[in-house]
Design a protein around this ligand. Structure first.
Ligand code: BGC
Length: 434
């Protein structure tokens, strides 16, 4: 029988891993504690106090300059054109919205405050023709009843926690089971089915939408009031969508935040993704048991169907007689990214579709990426524009910490403590190949 303490693989960096945004947070101090780049609460409170103070203009200007040094983006105000429209109603009668971010190349990203969901992502192909490259629904009710997590912000804990149990500070926490004997993507009502508070935070870097959510102590079994912020930025000067995550807690907790977009570079609903050429910048995976829980080992990808170090058609080896592929019904695994330093924003994946010429390059500060090939899609879902989503009609590249990390001491830590601020950044950049 599988035992969680039978951990064999040892990661050299596992106890000192930090993760965070590389580019921007100039005022952040780094501490090798647990999971995160840390910014003291005190400095945040001070900043807030500065922002709120009513003081003479000249003093205000000085403080303003000081405060801007801490912001992730240049402050020069851009004229935001971000339209907001009613997306529809969810079961409790609440109306939720859809915000559309646009850049000068005609790329758009539509995001809902329901689930912090990326509803559409429209990018040009090699002929300049714009197409929607993510799967989804036309209304929030379908997102609410759906089980696929299309485009959603996933939390409090992305992917599985074995038997819905973990121990933190000697306390055993029990989570609702929603995936056989395990907890998946935060439980029965994860962050994907919560209504988030929004704010337009556009700047010269690009149109940007901030979403915040307070996950209360005990929600879905997790400890601590967790304040979560997700900022989607559609970059102004390239076709890239950047997602910045941050979070603070008032009690020791665990978290693993990701975005669950399903990509098809040929356009959503336009056949399967088996011919897409994929590169994954990762030499190891975390192999799983039959219920898709990591065994705790790290497995080298060389000479296996999991080797995507060089571009390879997704479908080339997907049906091989391989135990791991059988467990996943295809690819549904976490790749351990090859990183120069644990907190670096570094390449995770590249996918290319020869039909459209579209390329997506994913980079992240996270240590892993869950590559999932839509093995549970079976043609029963009718998505946007009535498109039917068949078997393997999309792939996910969920940048994340490893599944079930709270039960594997050798994996990079997912713990967050009061006084720390979790930061993480992932960028999805689109280009074309002729
Ligand atoms: C999981 C899959 C799951 C899918 C949709 C992925 O992150 O690894 O097993 O079917 O999400 O829930």
């Amino acid at each position: 029988m599988y035992r969680h303490d039978a951990v064999l693989g040892r990661m050299a960096s596992s106890r000192t891993v930090m993760f965070g945004s590389q580019t921007a947070h100039s005022a952040i101090s780094l501490h090798p504690i647990g999971a995160s780049v840390v910014r003291t609460k005190k400095s945040e409170e001070t900043t807030m106090a500065r922002r709120n103070a009513t003081i003479p203009a000249i003093v205000a200007a000085i403080f303003f300059l000081d405060a801007t040094a801490m912001l992730p983006y240049p402050k020069a105000e851009a004229k935001s054109q971000m339209p907001k429209q009613v997306f529809g109603k969810i079961q409790d009668g609440q109306s939720v919205d859809l915000y559309t971010l646009t850049n000068k190349y005609g790329m758009t990203a539509a995001i809902s405050n329901f689930g912090g969901t990326l509803v559409s992502l429209k990018v040009p192909d090699r002929d300049g023709k714009i197409g929607d490259v993510v799967l989804g629904y036309d209304n929030p009710a379908d997102y609410e009843s759906g089980k696929a997590y299309f485009g959603a912000t996933i939390g409090r804990y992305g992917n599985r926690i074995a038997h819905g149990k973990f121990t933190l500070d000697g306390v055993v926490y029990t989570l609702p089971l929603n995936n056989g004997e395990n907890t998946l993507h935060g439980g029965i009502r994860g962050f994907n089915s919560r209504v988030w508070t929004t704010k337009d935070v556009s700047s010269s870097a690009g149109e940007a939408l901030e979403l915040t959510y307070l996950s209360k102590d005990g929600e879905e079994g997790f400890p601590g009031n967790l304040s979560v912020k997700v900022v989607y930025t559609l970059l102004a000067d390239e076709n890239a969508l950047r997602i910045d995550y941050s979070a603070t807690t008032d009690k020791d907790t665990v978290l693993n935040l990701t975005n669950h977009s399903y990509f098809n570079l040929a356009g959503q609903g336009n056949g399967d993704i088996l011919q897409h050429q994929l590169t994954l910048y990762a030499s190891q995976i975390t192999p799983v048991d039959a219920s898709l829980i990591p065994t705790g080992k790290l497995q080298d990808v060389h000479n296996t169907p999991f080797d995507f170090l060089q571009p390879m058609a997704i479908g080339a080896r997907i049906n091989m007689n391989d135990e791991q592929l059988k467990f996943g019904r295809g690819y549904d695994h976490n790749w351990v990214l090859d990183k120069k330093s644990p907190s670096a924003l570094s390449p995770a994946a590249r996918a290319y579709d020869a039909q459209s010429g579209r390329v997506v390059e994913v980079s992240t500060t996270e240590p892993g990426v869950q590559f999932y090939t839509g093995n549970f899609l079976d043609g029963t879902i009718h998505g946007k524009d009535g498109k039917v989503y068949g078997f393997r009609s999309a792939f996910c590249l969920e940048t994340q910490h490893f599944p079930d990390s709270p039960n594997h001491k050798n994996f990079p830590s997912t713990e967050l403590k009061p006084g720390q601020t979790f930061h993480s950044t992932s960028i999805y950049k689109f280009t074309v190949q002729k």
